[in-house]
Design a protein around this ligand. Structure first.
Ligand code: UDP
Length: 260
């Protein structure tokens, strides 16, 4: 099957034909041609801008199912996302979007590049959640970018920027509560947003900003409450061992009934 795009962790394939799809239908102005694509989650893992590479057995299955569960939960709580439905263990159907070339990072505690950049210890609780942007550009190493540069480069307009920040903070509040019920602390995470293309929605909703990409142990830091044990991709980045087990445990907790 022809690929539309292949990234480090996922492959995008064309979606089902219009007519086979739950989003298809008629609008008053004529037939709607919704664009949906299939996302396939691989086991390939990379870190340090692609310098470290390996396979994590079962990672694609975990990331697909964790992402699907989180997109469903966020949608149910008012966050617009690209998610349509899960297709198989490793695949989901999503609405096609034009990805905004920003990595939107939200931080609740100091960790990773933030701790390195400012020379502070990992794990300090921040007084309020921080929203940070990086330019999505592997050749440049995804450099940090500030609001004025985002706007001056025309990556988004002012209202899109405000919407992205608003959604990122809402997602943080929702996911913090979700993982706390599963005895995991959400330390930080990365989101990507897109503009909805060819949606079945009214014309004034086309181009709307929606949450896209994935939300998984590859893109979040999750620490066991109480012990601080790392349950995310840092086990791979830092050679801590038990990588597969940590991913499986996150999926198990996502699938379990919340404890509180
Ligand atoms: N992150 C990501 N993709 C990236 C960079 C970061 O998913 O290209 C996630 C990362 O897993 C962590 C959060 O964003 O949960 C913050 O990462 P940080 O900036 O601290 O960078 P890192 O320590 O990964 O270099």
């Amino acid at each position: 099957m022809e690929k539309l795009y292949e990234g480090k962790a996922k492959v995008i394939y064309p979606g089902p034909e219009a007519g086979d799809d739950p989003l298809s239908g008629q609008s008053p102005s004529g037939p709607v041609h919704p664009r949906v694509v299939r996302v396939y989650f691989k086991d390939d893992a990379t870190a340090f801008n692609g310098q470290k590479r390996a396979q994590i057995a079962g990672k694609g299955v975990v990331n697909n199912q964790v992402s699907a569960a989180l997109f469903r939960y966020l949608e149910a709580h008012g966050i617009p996302t690209h998610f349509v439905r899960q297709l198989s263990e490793r695949e989901m159907l999503v609405k096609q979007v034009q990805i905004v070339p920003l990595e939107v990072i939200v931080r609740n505690r100091t960790a990773g590049s933030f701790a390195r950049r400012y020379g502070v210890e990992e794990g300090r609780v921040l007084p309020y959640p921080l929203v940070e942007f990086s330019l999505k550009n592997d050749a440049l190493g995804d450099p940090l970018i500030y609001d004025d540069a985002v706007l001056a480069l025309g990556l988004v307009n002012g209202s899109e920027l405000a919407r992205i920040k608003e959604l990122a903070l809402k997602v943080n509040a929702l996911l913090k509560a979700y993982f706390a019920q599963r005895n995991l602390e959400l330390v930080d995470f990365k989101l990507e947003f897109g503009r909805l293309l060819h949606s079945a929605a009214p014309a004034d909703e086309r181009g709307a900003i929606v949450l896209a990409d994935e939300i998984s142990p590859d893109t979040m830091r999750l620490w066991e409450m109480g012990t601080g044990e790392k349950m995310d991709k840092d086990r791979f980045r830092r050679d801590l061992g038990g990588v597969e087990e940590a991913y499986q445990e996150v999926l198990r907790r996502v699938q379990a009934e919340p404890s509180a």
